[in-house]
Design a protein around this ligand. Structure first.
Ligand code: HEM
Length: 60
């Protein structure tokens, strides 16, 4: 985890948040008000799962 600078900036995901929250952020856009849109128009859930695995984010 320490190898990924992004992990230090994403405590919600990398320190035990539910994997469902990762999908809520990346697909559904729950962080829109913080400046991150959802990408449901560009990604499907299997692609988001591959990204989650690449980042090493929580599986729970
Ligand atoms: C597939 C690409 C992306 C993934 C997987 C992704 C994933 C995430 C995740 C997991 C978080 C939550 C971090 C946390 O608090 O634990 C987040 C936050 C955020 N992302 Fe993304 N993101 C992506 C692309 C983008 C893009 C393109 C932008 C900008 C246009 C962006 C802007 C933001 C912002 C502003 C936050 C909020 C940071 C804060 O808490 O202030 N993201 N992203």
């Amino acid at each position: 985890m320490a190898a990924y600078p992004y992990a230090a900036r994403a405590p919600l995901i990398f320190r035990g948040a539910l994997n469902a929250i990762f999908r809520n952020i990346v697909l559904d856009g729950v962080f829109e008000a913080k400046g991150m849109p959802g990408f449901a128009d560009l990604l499907d859930s299997s692609e988001v799962e591959l990204i989650r695995q690449y980042l090493g984010a929580s599986e729970r």
